[in-house]
Ligand binder design. Structure first.
Ligand SMILES: *[C@@H]1O[C@H](CO)[C@@H](O)[C@H](O)[C@H]1NC(C)=O
Ligand SMILES: *[C@@H]1O[C@H](CO)[C@@H](O)[C@H](O)[C@H]1NC(C)=O
Ligand SMILES: *[C@@H]1O[C@H](CO)[C@@H](O)[C@H](O)[C@H]1NC(C)=O
Length: 358
């Protein structure tokens, strides 16, 4: 009996000690975080604080996996680093989070329209950094949340698309380079033109489209549908249009990232030691947007793309025909006449036609 109570005593003491030494997951009014201090989510999944990417001295405020080195999932001051370790985060009088450098200049601030008298900032185990007010009493409505302001990463539970009521657009932009998190020149988000689909753009140039969502996947997206790791969804109604994915096992980390090169990969942390690419949206050259032009069909032959016209079509420019280049697309050989026996031809395995110009 004595042994057991002694054991229990030890257990309680240890658990109290370890709890006491854990960093908190919240920051409240009149508290601050200086460089070196962090917030850690309750189950120790994500950490929020200052970091330097690469070997630079520049300091950024962001979120990373607590137990995985150098995987940053969100950055606050993307283009606005603190140039030394003198940065501080605290709340302004109106309840917005503000980042100061050592000489007291504002480097970045979280501009939520709605202020707060008793702000609470909390890092959740989902990787969401949320701002609420003590008077909300832990309700799930937030004044601001990092999930509404994605950087280069989509985590389970984040949305990519549009809140049609507020006009808020959730999209990804890559880092400029491995040591510079400022936004690169790519946009990966939902295009509302025509039937909504995911698009990747560089400037105004469309580079990729997913095709429309059909049942459980995009018609031209990865063939990987719901599986043991994650379940993708696409929601389109009057309120919002978005893509998201759910992790089937919250212990297996999973994230979609747009890399500096514009490649989009879905990574999963496999076997406790590495990020594995589950799929990339750019599988081969035929995934490039509009490569073969209207009514062209793209094939991969010896690893390079080849264009052909669909049945009943011919290259628009005969010159192209000579050089086997029909990137300009195809036109009908004879006008369409449904009454005179024109019918349908089945082309399997293709992206459904783009409706964004209709
Ligand atoms: C923060 O500090 C100010 C000044 O000391 C005080 O008036 C205010 O009540 C404090 N706010 C909270 C939430 O503790
Ligand atoms: C304050 O910091 C900014 C940015 O680091 C720097 O440009 C400026 O010279 C500093 N001002 C003073 C008074 O040190
Ligand atoms: C926040 O930090 C800055 C810079 O250290 C300081 O000047 C300011 O007084 C702080 N604000 C509050 C409300 O503590």
């Amino acid at each position: 009996m004595e042994n057991i109570s002694w054991l229990l005593f030890c257990y309680y003491l240890l658990s109290c000690l370890s709890k006491a030494s854990l960093p908190a997951d919240t920051l409240t009014a009149n508290q601050s975080i200086s460089d070196g201090q962090t917030l850690v989510s309750s189950r120790q999944v994500f950490e929020f604080g200052f970091f330097s990417p690469g070997n630079l001295k520049n300091r950024y405020v962001g979120i990373w996996y607590k137990n995985i080195p150098d995987t940053f999932v969100w950055v606050a001051n993307r283009g606005y680093p603190v140039t030394d370790k003198s940065g501080t985060l605290n709340f302004s009088r109106d309840g917005n989070l503000v980042l100061f450098n050592g000489n007291g200049s504002v480097v970045w601030s979280l501009n939520s329209e709605e202020g707060s008298k008793h702000p609470i900032l909390q890092i959740l185990d989902s990787g969401n950094l949320v701002l609420s007010d003590e008077s909300y009493g832990g309700s799930s409505s937030y004044i601001w949340q990092s999930f509404d302001h994605p950087t280069d990463t989509l985590l389970p539970g984040m949305r990519q698309g549009w809140d049609l009521n507020t006009g808020l657009n959730w999209y990804l932009t890559p880092w400029t380079s491995a040591d510079d998190p400022s936004p690169g020149n790519y946009y990966y988000g939902v295009d509302l033109q025509g039937i909504p689909q995911l698009v990747l753009r560089m400037g105004s140039n469309k580079l990729y489209r997913s095709g429309v969502w059909y049942e459980n996947r995009f018609s031209g997206g990865p063939v990987l549908v719901a599986n043991s790791l994650f379940k993708p969804t696409f929601v389109a109604n009057k309120e919002e249009v978005y893509y998201a994915f759910e992790a089937m096992d919250s212990a297996i980390y999973s994230r979609i990232v747009i890399l500096e090169s514009g490649l989009v990969h879905h990574f999963s942390w496999i076997g406790d030691f590495q990020w594995a690419v589950l799929y990339g949206i750019q599988k081969d050259h035929c995934d490039a947007f509009n490569l073969c032009g209207p009514f062209g069909v793209c094939y991969i032959i010896n690893q390079s793309p080849k264009c052909e016209c669909m049945m009943g079509f011919t290259p628009k420019s005969p010159k192209d025909w000579e050089v086997f280049n029909i990137f300009g697309g195809c036109v009908r050989i004879m006008p369409l006449e449904c009454q005179r026996g024109n019918g349908f031809v089945k082309y399997p395995g293709m992206k459904l036609p783009d409706s964004s110009n209709l």
